[in-house]
Design a protein around this ligand. Structure first.
Ligand SMILES: Nc1ncnc2c1ncn2[C@@H]1O[C@H](COP(=O)(O)OP(=O)(O)O)[C@@H](O)[C@H]1O
Ligand SMILES: [Mg+2]
Length: 292
């Protein structure tokens, strides 16, 4: 088999952040010529590629409608336009919670909803459509005025807000990102807390700089991630194998048991630099599987 692949990025970082550095070579080993393109570059013929892989489209949050309309024009998109529509709105967390998945308790607050009753401990307010930790803030009921003003600013930008209790395990253990290719486990990495001191935005302005490290997740974490993928496939009416890539971000809850913080099916950094070189081979193999 031979074919062509496009990895899709955004105009600010047209070849991503460098994490996929080794992937095009692994794709070439299996007969794929890979090039990068920017999703809103109208001179690119996305229809000409055998597979078009969303990788670094980190500017979609402010232009979600335009982005989703574009996804629908690309025939061989991975993950699919339908997956992108579902996964770019954190309302999916509530759906997974309703389906029985252990999710960080999530309350959605739409612009015309009343001001909620604030949780007792620290809590987070963030946009329902967002990426790269932008617009995410940590608050406490004792200083409710700050929360009210952040909520107003999210609503003012047209966002529904997501409210969650702050999971303090991110300060000690961090967040665990479990990466799957074609629905099968590949590797994992940890991510230090994003909302503390020393928060720095990357020079691109697209994401808060992350501190990452390889990690071997405990059994309970691996099992929850499997449940998340099964529940997602059931909700979307697809097979897990149809997900070329998935990143399941988990944290330990107050009792130490894992909770889903975020499921990333659109543009997650996949942590190739945090794991063994064969992860790029597993990714390329999953691309072949998509086209088989
Ligand atoms: N409920 C929470 N408890 C603790 N930290 C959180 C919580 N929600 C978000 N964060 C922090 O903010 C970061 C970004 O939030 P996240 O929900 O992953 O949104 P996105 O990555 O889409 O911007 C997380 O990586 C985490 O460090
Ligand atoms: Mg995240």
């Amino acid at each position: 088999m031979s074919g062509s692949a496009i990895f899709v990025a955004c105009s600010t970082l047209p070849e991503g952040d460098g994490d996929e550095h080794a992937v095009p070579e692994a794709m070439a080993d299996l007969g794929f010529k890979t090039r990068w393109a920017v999703w809103d570059d109208t001179t690119v013929d996305f229809g000409a590629a055998d597979i078009v892989v969303l990788r670094a489209t980190w500017d979609y949050a402010e232009r979600r409608d335009e982005f989703l309309s574009w996804t629908e024009t690309v025939p061989a998109l991975s993950n699919s336009a339908e997956v992108a529509r579902w996964n770019t709105d954190k309302a999916y967390l509530a759906e997974l919670g309703d389906a029985g998945v252990a999710v960080v308790p999530t309350t959605l607050i739409a612009p015309d909803d009343d001001t909620p009753r604030w949780p007792k401990g620290d809590f987070v307010l963030k946009p329902a459509v967002g990426a790269g930790s932008r617009g995410v803030g940590k608050f406490t009921a004792a200083r409710a005025d700050e929360a009210v003003s952040h909520l107003k600013s999210l609503h003012g930008e047209g966002h529904t807000a997501v409210m969650q209790p702050y999971q303090s395990s991110v300060d000690s253990e961090g967040e665990f990102a479990l990466v799957y290719f074609g629905g099968v486990y590949s590797h994992a990495f940890s991510k230090a807390a994003m909302l503390g001191r020393g928060r720095e935005v990357d020079e691109s302005g697209l994401y808060v700089t992350e501190k990452l490290a390889p990690v071997q997740p405990a059994a309970g974490f691996r099992a929850l991630a499997e449940d998340v993928l099964d529940a997602t496939a059931a909700l979307l009416g697809i097979l897990r194998a149809e997900l070329l890539y998935a990143r399941v971000d988990l944290v330990a809850g107050p009792d130490g048991k894992p909770l889903l913080l975020e499921l990333e099916l659109v543009e997650p950094s996949l942590g190739f630099r945090q794991t063994d070189a064969a992860a790029a081979w597993r990714f390329a193999s999953a691309v072949r599987q998509q086209l088989a």
